[in-house]
Design a protein around this ligand. Structure first.
Ligand code: GLC
Ligand code: CA
Length: 557
């Protein structure tokens, strides 16, 4: 559907995981002054907005996704003054700041929760979900493993947590709690941020019967998603949040909203939707098994991946605008995940970049993705920080895997893979810090580092820079605003998509084949605007691509 044009449709958003971006004071932890120091790098790359993962006060059980004060900045990241300076310095370079809004839960160290524990009669008790009983009220499993219920010491009372036990869920049924949230959101919007990425927002409504469900694992528990994700009635809260906060500002909102079926997209991202856009995780989930064999890696083909992207894009196009991405702080590196033994092949890395970058939506780039960073290979559980990986390791062994098998699984899928320090140089601590990095580096590489790639004309960094420049070329606006269509795929591992409007037509061609491939072009070629290898030929209507060749072609209209 052709909507009225919005400013955020032309953005290129770069995601920063602050702990691992750049350490300005050598304590081994990335920080806000570190982001400020790298603004010129980001401006050179060409991105126009930064989404910064949570920087608020937090005991860091889940690295900031457990907030203990929404109005204070975590000391290790800096001060409120630093944040204001970041907003101003970024603005001076034409870059906007998007913060992370985590309101499904707080930290158990938040004053509200502490007060709720201290005084059961306080109003804060009803800010969370408490239930009396000697046993857990039901058999729902939390996202990070174990029951969603945690018992209070010395009391027959439990509280509810979708994620870790240090992340108690807020009770959105309580209007007073919602009011506090809206005021907090407004305060931050008033400070001049451009908008929010909104965390785990489809979890805010629970099935209030809290009934047990048939178990889906040997632990006797059942994934809580069926009963606590995108439940009927959630639309009341999301509409209110939008009306009370977002609509009053010309802000951008991108929601982490898993569990929204395509036929409900209209409510979420349609003309009167709750959000500007939502992430679709279908392609990220393509190799992840569920149920009792959750630890297996599902086999897939490039065709499966292309099919998922196509279905997603066509569904989103009927309602609104997308948020294409291939990496974030919850995923392993896209190179290792999608390219397997080709993860370090720069041509292949550029190819998956082009595969998603010109899809219809606002593209997201995760820190280090523009350098082709890859997964690590840890040799012991001690090298892991991610609570979810540590849980999976122990759960795997409890279910009969050997320690080596369990380790292998988390090496492949750990969220820590993308949370390692950004590789700025080839130095021992990769130019991230002169101290000891809080999380061991993924690798020390002569090529996968920013200094090398900035100085190398055909690097992955330069390719990302070229994609961004192309997107920002006003003469090529169709690449951003045009409709998307998917020409037939010709039975080869070559992805094709077209961006088109009345004035122009572009065909993006991406081969994930390890061999040369020839495809038939439907329309005459007017120009080639970008390629990852010169080694292609166009002979009338036949295009021959080298292994992992990828091109942006302008077609005759
Ligand atoms: C989201 C975040 C993830 C976090 C979880 C709980 O999925 O992206 O990093 O652990 O929510 O807040
Ligand atoms: Ca620091």
């Amino acid at each position: 559907m052709r909507q009225q044009e919005k400013w955020w449709q032309k953005e290129v958003i770069y995601q920063i995981y602050p702990r691992s971006f750049y350490d300005s004071n050598q304590d081994g932890i990335g920080d806000i002054p570190g982001i400020i120091e790298k603004l010129d790098y980001l401006s050179d790359l060409g991105v126009t907005s930064l989404w910064i993962c949570p920087i608020f006060q937090s005991p860091m059980a889940d690295n900031g996704y457990d907030i203990s004060d929404y109005f204070a900045i975590s000391e290790e990241f800096g001060t409120l003054e630093d944040v204001k300076r970041l907003i101003a310095e970024a603005k001076a370079r034409g870059i906007k700041i998007i913060l992370d809004l985590v309101v499904n839960h707080t930290s158990d160290e938040h004053a509200w929760f502490q007060e709720a524990l201290r005084d059961p009669k306080s109003k804060y008790r009803d800010y969370y979900i408490f239930k009396e009983g000697t046993e857990a009220p039901n058999n729902w499993r939390s996202i990070f493993g174990g029951s969603v219920w945690e018992k209070l010491p010395n009391e027959d009372i439990f509280y509810y947590h979708t994620f870790h036990k240090k992340q108690p869920d807020l009770n959105w049924e309580n209007p007073a709690l919602r009011e506090e949230v809206y005021q907090m959101v407004t305060t931050w919007l008033e400070m001049g941020i451009a908008g929010f990425r909104i965390d785990a927002i489809t979890f805010i409504k629970k099935d209030l019967t809290f009934k047990s469900q048939p178990a889906d694992g040997v632990d006797g528990l059942v994934k809580c998603t069926k009963t606590s994700r995108n439940q009927p009635g959630i639309e009341v809260f999301l509409k209110e949040l939008n009306e009370r906060c977002f609509q009053k500002y010309d802000c951008v909102t991108v929601a982490e909203a898993p569990g929204v079926p395509y036929d409900q997209l209209d409510q979420f991202i349609g003309p009167d939707g709750f959000f500007s856009m939502i992430f679709d995780f279908k392609h990220a989930d393509l190799d992840v098994a569920s149920g009792s064999e959750w630890f297996k890696r599902v086999a897939w083909t490039p065709e499966d991946l292309f099919q998922i992207l196509e279905e997603s894009q066509l569904a989103i196009q009927t309602s609104g605008w997308g948020a294409p991405f291939i990496e974030n702080h919850d995923q392993p590196r896209a190179t290792s995940k999608y390219l397997l033994n080709q993860a370090t092949n720069p041509l292949a890395v550029k190819a998956i970049g082009l595969m998603y970058f010109f899809l219809r939506g606002t593209p997201f780039i995760y820190q280090g993705q523009e350098l082709g960073m890859i997964n690590f290979e840890r040799d012991g559980i001690d090298a892991f920080d991610d609570i979810s990986s540590i849980d999976q390791y122990h759960r795997g062994m409890a279910e009969g895997l050997t320690a080596d098998e369990a380790l292998q699984i988390i090496n492949l899928r750990s969220r820590d893979n993308s949370r390692t320090p950004v590789q700025w140089t080839a130095e021992p601590t990769v130019g991230f810090t002169e101290g000891t990095p809080w999380l061991p580096i993924a690798e020390r590489s002569e090529v996968r580092n920013a200094a090398h790639q900035i100085a190398t004309p055909d690097s992955i960094f330069q390719f990302y820079k070229a994609m961004i420049a192309l997107k920002q070329n006003p003469a090529l606006e169709t690449l951003t605003l045009g409709e998307i269509a998917f020409p037939e795929r010709q039975g080869k591992p070559v992805f094709l998509y077209r961006r088109e409007d009345a004035g122009a037509s572009y065909l993006i061609v991406v081969s994930l084949s390890e061999m040369r491939e020839t495809i038939t072009l439907e329309r005459p070629v007017k120009a080639v605007h970008l390629y990852n290898s010169q080694d292609y030929t166009i002979d009338q209507h036949l295009l021959t691509l080298p292994a992992f060749g990828a091109l942006v072609i302008e077609e005759e209209k």
